[in-house]
Write a protein that binds this ligand. Structure first.
Ligand SMILES: [Fe+2]
Length: 400
């Protein structure tokens, strides 16, 4: 891992986040003074190599924003970092009224005992859209979480944010975050006229194929039994591209004895049951190039946002269910609560045969708790509402 010391010194606005990054890399728990508030904070780092097999729980969300609903999601994640999920409305409701699911509830109670140890955000974070004080505000909102646990992020279309004078995209994303295991400094080209004059302006084109490589675009990190590969939907993904070549190398280097669980996170979704962002050009190109790699290398879960909704697929490949379970499960977690609201429509009234669960009505976030090399619990946690919809499932690792 590398750490850019100069960058920390030059950027006091980002001191809190940068300290967190350094602490993650140091792999030790520390007490630091937060630059903004002067309150002491305790930061939880990944387990050391000798403690790799302890249970780990990630909170995973996309398209967070900074609305009332975003802050409810953040508060619930913060609560989960401290004492598990006991305060969640859905869980207490289940315990009180769902006697028929007693066995399941017992399993959830066990599940609650591990606090969330890292937050993964699948892109579209602040919705600042080039207005930099809105990034500052978003960091103030997320700081109680980001000052406790690692916050690992992916680039969404709301991170494109072309500079008004130079037309260079992703500058806020590159300057406000510093992800580990970067290959080299970011290489970014100014965007062409298609994006400058596009229907969304230069800030958030939903489809984008400019030139953005390295930096925070794609990287990986290890946490306990989990290896996570973060990809950029908005960089070249074709066979032979820098990102593709890096991905092949990265997948070839995974040691499943050490990291039995393999995750991928990116902003756009290979498969969706919603109308909003179906078959966007850069995503179909990416799926065409990379889906086979995910299958060959036994990726367990692929997390995306972009659609402001929740969906979990069955194990699948090339649009078909894989009956023996040895294929990635695609999960959309774009219900963080941003200002654009929920997606409006499903593609089809009846769920596709590869859809396990779908919903477009309730904000929330997911938790993935890896219990050991063979079992992991996935739960969709909704924002304090009592609702019949629920998704809580214990997965067995088909590759172990
Ligand atoms: Fe998006």
């Amino acid at each position: 891992m590398t750490y850019n010391k100069e960058r920390e010194d030059d950027d006091t606005d980002n001191m809190g986040v940068l300290l967190e990054r350094r602490n993650l890399m140091d792999q030790s728990s520390v007490l630091e003074t937060n630059a903004r508030t002067t309150h002491p904070v305790i930061f939880q780092t990944p387990p050391t190599d000798s403690a790799l097999e302890i249970p780990v729980k990630f909170a995973i969300v996309g398209d967070l924003g900074q609305t009332y609903n975003s802050t409810v999601t953040m508060l619930n994640i913060l609560s989960a970092t401290k004492r598990g999920m006991q305060s969640q409305g859905m869980t207490s409701s289940m315990l009180q009224s769902k006697q028929r699911e007693l066995q399941k509830a017992k399993s959830i109670l066990n599940h609650q005992q591990t606090p969330v140890s890292a937050l993964l955000i699948a892109g579209d974070m602040s919705y600042a859209n080039s207005i930099q004080p809105q990034w500052d505000n978003w960091f103030n909102l997320i700081q109680p979480i980001a000052s406790r646990i690692p916050m690992m992020v992916a680039a969404g279309n709301h991170e494109i944010e072309c500079d008004a004078e130079t037309f260079v995209p992703f500058l806020a994303y590159e300057n406000r975050f510093y992800m580990p295991n970067r290959i080299q400094e970011a290489k970014i080209d100014a965007v062409n006229e298609r994006y400058r004059n596009g229907p969304w302006g230069c800030a958030t084109p939903s489809e984008f194929m400019g030139n953005y490589d390295y930096g925070n675009a794609y990287y990986s990190f290890d946490y306990g039994m989990i290896k996570t590969i973060v990809l950029s939907s908005y960089s070249d993904t074709r066979k032979g591209s820098p990102q593709y070549n890096w991905l092949v190398k990265e997948l070839n280097s995974v040691d499943r004895h050490k990291h039995p669980w393999l995750l991928v996170m990116m902003h756009t979704q290979f498969y969706t049951t919603f109308q909003a962002h179906n078959n966007e050009e850069q995503t179909t190109i990416m799926r065409e190039a990379m889906e086979e790699l995910f299958l060959e290398h036994g990726v367990n879960f692929v997390f995306s946002g972009h659609d402001h909704a929740y969906m979990r697929s069955k194990p699948m490949f090339r649009g078909k269910v894989v009956e023996n379970g040895k294929a990635p499960i695609y999960i959309i977690v774009g219900e963080g609560g941003n200002r654009e609201g929920h997606v409006k429509n499903y593609l089809h009234e009846e769920p596709e045969e590869w859809v396990a669960v779908r919903d477009k009505t309730v904000y929330g976030f997911g938790t993935l708790e890896v219990l050991n090399a063979t079992q992991a619990q996935w739960k969709w946690n909704m924002g304090g509402v009592v609702n019949e919809f629920n998704d809580d499932v214990l997965f067995t690792n088909p590759y172990m």
